[in-house]
Design a protein around this ligand. Structure first.
Ligand code: DAK
Length: 258
């Protein structure tokens, strides 16, 4: 792949958007390669968490590629938005947690990419925002929906209507990022979180992710019913037997994902 790197260390996969000359902006090729990388992750049985980041010092992803988008017709814009939405949906539906390591600018489509991840950590140097209205458009990869669900409609409207960029500390205050780290500690922190998740029961983590994600669109009663079903289902796994046996025997559990 030209603009996307996929590396695996133990059970952690790291996907790096690697187009630093354009601040890792998402052109069509990059989107296609990101989709390929995610497909590869799905095929790799022992991946337990995915970290997504940007190459270089300056950017996570500075947005969709403005040069490429500039001449789009309405129908081209629709297929571009559909391609972006498909990728965000694939990310959200991955059975393993995804962590955005926001190491610099996360703007427009880049911010939307982070928003489609389960957890967002940022470097002190990061700047986040959805500046699309400054370009005469609106977010096209799910930002209007995911940002509003994460930080509330009012704050999302403020950020989207003004197009303002916010620093990492402000993003944390808004609940958009979980923690802010010194730049040289960001990846280590994300790996620590990923490794901790990887040490837990994989089916349990997958079910927790599924139930939280799907439950967000349901009534409380329907979401609780989904939780009960998933809880019961896990009692059919080896991991539940091992997890509880290990507790009783006062030793760490050796989960297999079965
Ligand atoms: N696209 C293409 N190239 C970009 C880019 C981007 N989003 N961001 C930066 N670059 C390129 C710059 O053009 C420059 O290239 P050269 O001139 O060196 O060839 C290089 O990266 C370095 O950037 P700068 O020289 O500008 O670096 P600075 O430090 O001065 O400024 C910056 C950094 C991040 C503040 C600035 O580059 C900037 O404002 N970039 C644009 C940020 C932005 O507006 N992002 C949102 C993009 S819009 C939709 C689908 C999708 C979307 C919307 C609708 N539908 C289909 C409906 C999504 C939209 C977006 O994401």
């Amino acid at each position: 792949m030209e603009y996307v790197r996929l590396e695996k260390e133990g059970s952690i996969a790291t996907i790096t958007i690697d187009r630093p000359k354009a601040l890792n902006a998402l052109n069509l090729t990059t989107l296609k390669e990101l989709k390929q990388a995610l497909a590869q992750v799905v095929k790799t049985a022992d991946v337990r968490a995915v970290i997504l980041t940007g190459a270089g010092e300056k950017a996570f992803v500075a947005g969709a590629d403005i040069g490429e988008m500039a001449g789009y017709s309405t129908s081209q814009a629709l297929s571009f938005a559909q391609a972006g939405h498909r990728i965000m949906t694939i990310l959200e539906a991955l059975p393993v947690p995804t962590i955005a390591a926001v190491n610099g600018f996360a703007l427009g489509g880049g911010c939307e990419l982070a928003l489609a991840c389960d957890l967002i950590y940022a470097s002190e140097k990061a700047k986040l925002g959805l500046p699309e209205v400054s370009l005469g458009v609106i977010p096209g990869f799910g930002g209007t929906q995911r940002l509003a669900r994460l930080v509330g409609r009012s704050r999302a409207k403020e950020l989207i209507f003004t197009g303002d960029l916010i620093d990492a500390a402000r993003a944390r205050e808004y609940g958009l990022v979980l923690e802010v780290l010194p730049p040289d500690k960001l990846m280590a922190h994300c790996r620590d979180v990923a490794n901790k998740i990887a040490s837990r029961g994989p089916s349990a983590v997958a079910q927790a992710k599924r139930v939280i994600e799907h439950g967000a669109d349901l009534t409380l009663a329907a979401g609780n019913e989904m939780e009960r079903q998933a809880f019961a289902l896990l009692f059919g796994t080896q991991d539940q037997k091992e997890g509880m046996k290990a507790f009783v025997e006062k030793r760490p559990a050796a989960f297999t994902g079965q």
